[in-house]
Design a protein around this ligand. Structure first.
Ligand code: SF4
Length: 240
């Protein structure tokens, strides 16, 4: 899917929604709904939401490689300096970082809004969930491709981190956007720092030569014991 981002320092492109896919297990986990009888109205609505999401999604990605260095609670990625102790911990073994932006585009988000306006709450909720699964799958897909190219350069990839999560202030999204060509993906960053369209993910992830150290999630050193997002395993790229 990706041209080698290590050659020019970045890669951007588009792919079909079918190539990304909506993993049924991920969707069921998100909506908290086990598979029901195929004839049930909810099951029909899930099928319709998946089909509509795949028809409306316009997956696009941008990923850029930068030199990275972490010291104390600060992380330097390219020309930007981020402040986050947990991000700094994850980036300590890194010699490079990838800045990533993926989106499934505007039509899907607009249809969710239209369905909600029509008070079609179930359809809006399910389509929104399909968009969430699609954009996560797209981020995994691009990160997995970067991991494959990284391996050819003797580098390993760790978990991705986004502003607004853990101890990383969402206002740092503006610095991350300075490393991304968001305009080419038609993703905007309003003053709220919540991306438009909403089904977009911006993140950084570390690349380094020590496979074990780079794969360790910042959760291993985090004091938030009851966090529901806690990662308990080292990162391993998704298999496709
Ligand atoms: S345990 Fe939770 S808060 Fe701590 S680093 Fe992991 S995801 Fe972030």
């Amino acid at each position: 899917m990706l041209d080698d981002p290590f050659v020019d320092g970045f890669a951007r492109g588009a792919c079909s929604a079918e190539a990304v896919g909506v993993r049924d297990a991920a969707l069921r986990e998100l909506i908290g709904e086990k598979k029901l009888d195929a004839a049930s109205p909810v099951e029909q609505a899930v099928r319709e939401a998946k089909a509509l999401g795949l028809a409306l999604a316009q997956p696009r990605f941008y990923v850029a490689m930068h030199a990275a260095h972490a010291e104390g609670a600060q992380v330097t990625v390219g020309a930007q300096i981020f402040e986050s102790p947990l991000l700094a911990q994850a980036m300590r073994p890194a010699e490079q970082a990838a800045a990533l932006l993926v989106t499934v585009g505007r039509p899907l988000a607009e249809r969710v809004t239209a369905l909600a306006d029509e008070k079609n709450v179930l359809a809006a909720y399910l389509l929104d969930a399909v968009g969430s699964v699609l954009v996560e799958e797209l981020a995994d897909l691009v990160q997995g491709d970067v991991a494959a190219y990284a391996a050819r350069h003797g580098l390993f990839v760790g978990y991705r981190y986004s502003p607004g999560y853990c101890d990383w202030d969402i206002r740092e999204q503006a610095k991350l956007f300075a490393l991304l060509d968001a305009g080419s993906l038609e993703v905007r960053l309003p003053p709220s720092m919540l991306m438009d369209p909403r089904k977009s993910i911006s993140a950084v992830f570390p690349l380094g030569r020590d496979a074990r150290a780079i794969a360790a999630p910042s959760c291993f050193g985090c004091a938030v014991r009851d966090c529901k997002n806690r990662r308990t395993e080292p990162y391993s790229p998704p298999l496709r």
